[in-house]
Design a protein. Structure first.
Length: 338
């Protein structure tokens, strides 16, 4: 039994030395042949337990060492992950431009006008005639010093913009084009739009009331039919590329729609001869929208609103007009005087 214990102790010492990385030590023990099997079995069990204990200790030590080595590296690397600042978010959007716009000017001088809808769609109406449709997108422009500026770009699709305006102060009430940097459009209110359309209709009714209204005409050039006289129109206030009936038709299309357009188009046809001579005899009364102190907007939706003049006159009272957006423009669909 003493020999068996000696063998077991020697085996354990050998395993421990080996597991600790020391040079192996050979121990020669002579035991009788009949004790080898038992000793071997006991030694194997003890060796396994010793190896397990040493291995767990080694793994634990290795893990602790790795953690100790890794911790400083992670701590040192942490600042690098936060050194790159996130890209600045663009502060501009198509919503900045929603509403009505016009070239600076006063009533009587035909201007390009612009409408931007809530969905980012753009409707540009040209004074010389014609309309262009598009969408607003925000285009960034990177500069050599690393700074970025932005543009409101009007595009037909994903193509190159057909006009761009520099993004600047908010809220946006003036926009300048990129071509020449001059102010191109100023924001106008819905009240401004309504008042101008009412003034347009007053002008048209007055012009077609006989007597020629306050139009500039050439009294030396007339056409006579029966008892009616038509005089050549020379007034250029509402014309760019043409005079006479064509200019009036364009103004009528921009001002009224639906049954009102049908009614006033027939009146316009009766008032002109040879497309340039307007009726200047048989004058009669006409309605007037009193817009001197503006209008009040009510019942407003994305596609319609009602405008009521703040002033009135003894003959007509207060003017009320119901407006609709026909997909291109705000027009008077119906009106009344009370």
């Amino acid at each position: 039994m003493k020999k068996q214990m000696m063998l077991l102790t020697a085996a354990m010492i050998g395993v421990l030395f080996t597991g600790c990385g020391s040079d192996p030590v050979q121990i020669n023990v002579n035991i009788p042949a009949d004790t080898v099997t038992t000793a071997a079995a006991e030694t194997t069990a003890a060796e396994t337990a010793a190896v397990t204990t040493v291995t767990e200790a080694a793994v634990t030590a290795a893990a602790d060492t790795a953690a100790a080595q890794t911790a400083p590296e992670q701590t040192a690397a942490a600042p690098a992950a936060t050194t790159a600042a996130p890209a600045a978010e663009c502060p501009y959007s198509a919503d900045d431009l929603v509403g009505e716009w016009s070239l600076p000017g006063t009533f009587g001088n035909r201007n390009n006008t612009l409408t931007v809808r809530k969905d980012g769609s753009v409707i540009m109406r040209y004074a010389a005639g014609g309309t262009r449709f598009g969408k607003v997108r925000i285009d960034p422009e990177k500069h050599p010093d690393g700074s970025v500026s932005y543009w409101y770009a009007f595009c037909d699709n994903e193509s190159t913009p057909w006009i761009s305006f520099a993004c600047g102060e908010q809220p946006v009430n003036r926009i300048s084009s990129g071509q020449d940097g001059e102010t191109q459009f100023v924001r106008v209110s819905l009240e401004d739009v309504a008042a101008e359309k009412m003034n347009n209709l007053t002008f048209l009714m007055k012009s077609m009331s006989g007597g020629g209204g306050d139009l500039e005409t050439d009294p030396a050039r007339t056409v006579t039919e029966g008892n009616e006289t038509y005089t050549l129109v020379t007034d250029e206030r509402f014309a760019i590329n043409s005079l006479g009936k064509i200019a009036f038709e364009r103004l009528l299309e921009e001002t009224v729609s639906g049954t009102e357009y049908t009614h006033w188009k027939a009146m316009l046809d009766d008032c002109f001869r040879e497309d340039s001579y307007i009726l200047t005899s048989g004058a009669h009364g006409f309605h007037t929208f009193e817009t001197g102190h503006g209008v009040t907007i009510s019942d407003q939706t994305d596609t319609s609103f009602t405008a009521t003049t703040n002033d009135s006159n003894q003959l007509d009272g207060t003017g009320i007009a119901h407006f609709v957006f026909d997909g291109t423009n705000w027009t008077i669909e119906s009106y009344d005087f009370r």
